[in-house]
Design a protein around this ligand. Sequence first.
Ligand SMILES: Cc1cc2nc3c(=O)[nH]c(=O)nc-3n(C[C@H](O)[C@H](O)[C@H](O)COP(=O)(O)OP(=O)(O)OC[C@H]3O[C@@H](n4cnc5c(N)ncnc54)[C@H](O)[C@@H]3O)c2cc1C
Length: 504
Amino acid sequence: MENSSNHYDLVIIGGGINGTAIALEASARGLKTLLCEKGDLASGTSSASTKLIHGGLRYLASYEFSLVQASLRDRNNLAKFAPHLVKPLDFYIPFKQKNSTYWKTKIGLWLYRHIAQTIAQPIAHPIAQPKHPFLNSESNDFLHFQDCYTDDARLVIANAKKAESLGAQIKTYTQLISAQKIQNHWALILQNQLSPTPPETLHTSLVINASGPWVETIHTKLFQCKSNFKLQLIQGSHLLFPKLYEGNHAYLLPTQDNRIIFIIPYLTQFSMIGTTDLALETNIKNNTKFQLTQKEIDYLIQEVNPYLSEKINATQIIHHWSGARALPIRLGDADQKSTANPSKISREVQLEWCETDKNGPYLLSVWGGKLTTHRSLAINAINMLSTKIKLTYASKIYSHYLNSINNQPVDLSNLLSSYDFLPQSLKKRWVFSYGQDCLFFLKNCTQLSDLGKHFGQDLYEAEINYLIHHEWAKSLDDILYRRTKMGFLLTQAEQMRLHAWLKP
Ligand SMILES: Cc1cc2nc3c(=O)[nH]c(=O)nc-3n(C[C@H](O)[C@H](O)[C@H](O)COP(=O)(O)OP(=O)(O)OC[C@H]3O[C@@H](n4cnc5c(N)ncnc54)[C@H](O)[C@@H]3O)c2cc1C
C-alpha cells in the first residue's frame, strides 16, 4: 500500500546528465523527486563523451540552427554558472590549402560566433597563437574558434549533488526492474544491485525515463508504451595517448569520409583522440557494456596519421572508452539513412509522452540529447509536466551555480590562493573537480597531514571519505575513473592498496 515515505511526485530513471539535470530542476520547482540509477552516476554515455560543451559547429552544415542556438545558449550559461567545470578551449582546423572547404568553414565559423554573440556574452579568454610542429608541413592554413570542455562525469555528479541539496533523493546501484499501472499511478519495483535485499516498491503518478541508450527498452517493454520513435545507437570511442604536443589547444581534423575527429588535451599528461561513429544493434540488454573494436582503433589512427609529423600507433594507447549515442528516428523517417551515414542523424532531443489514461499515470521519455543541452532539456521536460501536476516555483535553472554548498559564484582565484600548505597541482585539481564544494573536506585542515592517509599522486583519505559519504562512491572505479581521474595516474600497486583499504 502507498504511504508517504514511498510515494513521490516524480521518479526519474537514469543517473546520466539528463536524469540528474531533470532531478535538479524538478526539486528546485517543488516536486518530491527520486532518481534511480542502475549503476554508478554517469556510468552510461555521460562519462564516455568527448567532454565538449559546444554549439556543435558541424550541425550548421545540416542547417540545424535551432540546435546550435540552444547549445550555444547552454554553453555560455554553463561557462558562467559552473566556471570550475566548464572551461574555454581553443580549437584549430588545419587545411592544406585555401580551397572551397576552407572558405565554407570560415563562413560557418563567422555564423557560429555571430549566433553565440546574439545569445549572451561570448566566452572570452586570450587566444594563444601556438605553432603546430605536431602537424606535418602539409597543413599550411589554420582556422581558429573557441568552445568549452568539461569533465562529463563530474558535471553529472555536480547536478546530482545540487539536486540532493534541493531535496531530491538519489539512489545509485538501484535498477528499475518493473512498472505496473495501478489505477492512476505507477507501482515501480526497484532492485538494489549491490546487496541481495528484497526489491523496494515506490508509487508515483509521474515517471521520466532518462535512461539514454536504454530508453526504448524501458518505454516499450517495461512500461508497455507505444512510441513514434525507434532508437539508432551509434557507438563512439576515444583513445588516450601520452601527451602528443605542447600547449592546451585542441585540433578538429576533417576526415576523408566527411566526419571530424578531435584531438584534445586531457588532464595535463594526455591527449585524447576521438570519436568514431559505429552503428550498433538497437535492442541492447540491461548489462550491455560498449566495447572498443579493432576497426575503430584502425579508423582513428588511419585518419589522424596523415596530419601528423610523427605518426602514432596502437601500442601507444594507454586507455580508451566507448559509449553509445542514443539517436531517435521518427518512425516513417527510418529510411536507413542512419546506418548508411550515422553522422547525418539529427542530435535534436525528443520528449515523448506515453499515451495512458487522461487521468494518468504518466510517463515522459527522453530520446537523445547532448551533454551540452542538459539545462534546456530539464526546463522543457519539467514544463511539460506542468500540464499534469502543479508546480510551485518557476524555473531558475539558468541561475543555479553548480555547487551544493551555497548558490554563490565559485570563487576560483580565492580558492587557489588560499590553503598554502596544499601543493598547487592538488589545489587546481580539487577546484576544477569540486569548485566550492572542496571546502567540505578541507574544513578542519591546516596542514597536509590533516588529509589522512596518502594513496599516491595527490590522492588522500579526506577526499575519498568525502566521495564515499557525500558523492555516492561505492567502488574503486567510481573513485578512480568517474569522480577523480586517478585511475590514469596511480600505479597498479597504489590502486591495489586503495582497493584493500576500501574493503570493509
Ligand atoms: C562518443 C560520444 C561522444 C559525445 N560527445 C559529446 C560532447 O562532446 N558534447 C555533448 O554535448 N554531447 C556529447 N555526446 C552526447 C552525450 O554524451 C549524451 O547525449 C549524454 O551523455 C546522454 O546522457 P543521458 O543522461 O541521456 O544518458 P546516459 O548517460 O547513458 O544515462 C542513462 C542512465 O540510465 C541508466 N539506466 C538504464 N536503465 C536503467 C534502469 N532500468 N534503472 C535505472 N537506471 C537505468 C544507465 O545506467 C545510465 O547511467 C557524446 C556521445 C557519445 C557516445
